[in-house]
Design a protein around this ligand. Sequence first.
Ligand SMILES: [Zn+2]
Length: 356
Amino acid sequence: MDEKRCILCNKPYNYKYVMFGRSCLDNLYDLLGFSKSPRIIWNKELYLCTRIAWKNHKFFLNKKKKYALAQKYIALTYLNTMNYEALEDIKEKILNDIKNIKTFSKNIIETISFSLNEVYKLVNYVHKFNEILEEIKEFNWEEADEEIAEKFIKNMSFIFDLTKKTNPISYAVFYSMQYIFWQVVVVGGILANMKLSARLLSNSLSIFGQQPQDLVIDDDEITKLIIENKSFKEKIDQLIKKYGQDREDFIVNNEAPKEDILIRFNGGDLLYALHDATMLVNAKKDQDNKWKFEIEINDIYDFTDFKDLKEYADAEEKIRDIFSSTLNNLGVVSSEYGVIQKFNLKIKFETKEGEF
Ligand SMILES: [Zn+2]
């Protein structure tokens, strides 16, 4: 006789049931909120399936349909425990398949197929993910040393598994976990003190099935960050020297040589946020003979550019290595999933000589 394996946990069992081992069957009664079966019931598995059928207002189903219905209903219940928006479409399909199981229909129509063991494994992944997430939420990133931070992130690296992308259910679940990882751990945690970087990464996270919007920034906080940066001052000095001698105005636009419009910020938030930005300048002298500038900084935000940043960052920056190695690699996987996507970024502001 063939060895029987539980279709939920895949462990072998030798009992009369068709689908589940005994402990899984007990757990399913709990999961579905059913009271224990009366003693008199001989086949607790069939009884479970009958009760699922009744709950779905289906009567007189044959055994085959009852078992099929039970599997779909159990999967749906498990997926509901995950509470991920990205699963809505799949749950809808399973619900429809359940509706289509009818007493007198000939075949069972399936718009989505899966194995319960797959769903069961996903439940366990999500459980593990949520446990680590709870720990990480308590974590103080500012005071953490790099090693601990790295360890935390590595504990979570199982959610960056490209092989899970091929199956629609696991894709939706892994997508959701990654989305939460970037939003909670990186935007809200590691980057909490880096306002611009946090904002840009957050914008590049796409809601399941959607594209991120392009972003135009023109607020004072970000302007201040830029005009106080050494690279900005140096760039402006350099441009005045080259274009502004004995003149009342000058323009540096996309027709200028590359080295004039490229700007790479040194260190900190700006370095992490803007990677290969170009800066366009419209400069005029005011009545006091001081330069006034209209500035436009453009970039295509691409999280996976971080790998190139290592050589530019200040040596004492703790998070530098986490970004350039670990997080960068995870970012590549999330880009494959479509969780992280590129978008166009524009920062606009005005400033004048003496303000920076
Ligand atoms: Zn089992």
